[in-house]
Write a protein that binds this ligand. Structure first.
Ligand SMILES: [Zn+2]
Length: 266
């Protein structure tokens, strides 16, 4: 009964959405990342995007105006990872803050002698535990272009990771997945990636992934959706785990769309 009422409410939100057909077309056309989706997947993505728009509040920082196009480009990409999961994966927080460009929040950090320092670190995005997702529009504007990096997917992957505590590269797994298989895929790959990065070996995966297991998971999630070939080539066990976790197989979609191979290797 409860499920029925929830669906009825969601249907009403979708029906009353302010987003016009033109606005959808424009937003989709900015995102080659979504090109591999079937019509059915695109329409489910639209529905999720409307519901996410309804659930979260957008605000612009430093006088940035969050236009309909900005909001749509963000929610469409944010909903891609949960296309075959559902919106409950983004529960427990409410706001998305967009800066015009990078931002440098002032932070207090303790050094090894226990002395506090004020530091300003330049960021293009961040996700707070039970708090907002913060994005720089400058860094988001060209996400979704299949170059292997995607700030929106990165920050929202942190949100999935934070569902079971602080971000550590270990999001809550589905019932038929095994924690041991996840660890067996990610731990040696993270060590391997760190040594490859130290050795200057190019993998097509952003070196930032070497900074921590949490960043490794977030960066590999970007690559999974943008350049799945790179993960399959270097870390097939991770590809398999991410395929089970996201319940999507982007490589199959790329093969179908004639994207196999050329231009995505390395
Ligand atoms: Zn990160």
């Amino acid at each position: 009964m409860f499920g029925f009422i929830k669906k009825w409410r969601q249907d009403r939100i979708v029906k009353e959405s302010w987003v016009s057909e033109d606005q959808w077309t424009q937003a989709f056309s900015r995102l080659p990342l979504l090109g591999r989706l079937t019509e059915d997947e695109k329409s489910r993505l639209r529905r999720l995007a409307i519901l996410l728009l309804h659930q979260k509040s957008f605000s612009g920082a430093h006088d940035f105006v969050v236009t309909a196009e900005v909001a749509l480009v963000i929610v469409l990409q944010a909903c891609l990872p949960i296309l075959n999961l559902d919106l409950r994966w983004y529960r427990g927080w409410t706001s998305i803050i967009v800066y015009p460009a990078g931002f440098a929040p002032q932070r207090t950090v303790m050094d090894q002698f226990g002395v506090a320092h004020q530091v300003k670190e330049a960021l293009s995005g961040e996700a707070w535990q039970r708090g907002p997702v913060v994005l720089s529009w400058q860094a988001t504007e060209h996400a979704g272009e299949l170059d292997g990096s995607n700030l929106v997917i990165h920050e929202f992957a942190h949100k999935l990771d934070m569902l079971n505590g602080a971000a550590d590269g270990f999001p809550p797994l589905h019932r038929k997945m095994h924690r041991s298989a996840w660890t067996a895929a990610f731990e040696p790959a993270f060590a391997d990636f760190q040594s490859k990065t130290d050795g200057g070996v190019h993998t097509g995966i952003d070196a930032y992934a070497a900074s921590s297991p949490a960043e490794f998971f977030a960066v590999l999630s970007e690559v999974f959706f943008e350049r799945p070939q790179a993960i399959q080539a270097h870390y097939p066990k991770i590809y398999d785990n991410l395929r089970q976790f996201y319940r999507q197989d982007p490589l199959a979609g790329f093969a179908g769309a004639g994207f196999t191979g050329a231009g995505h290797g390395g």
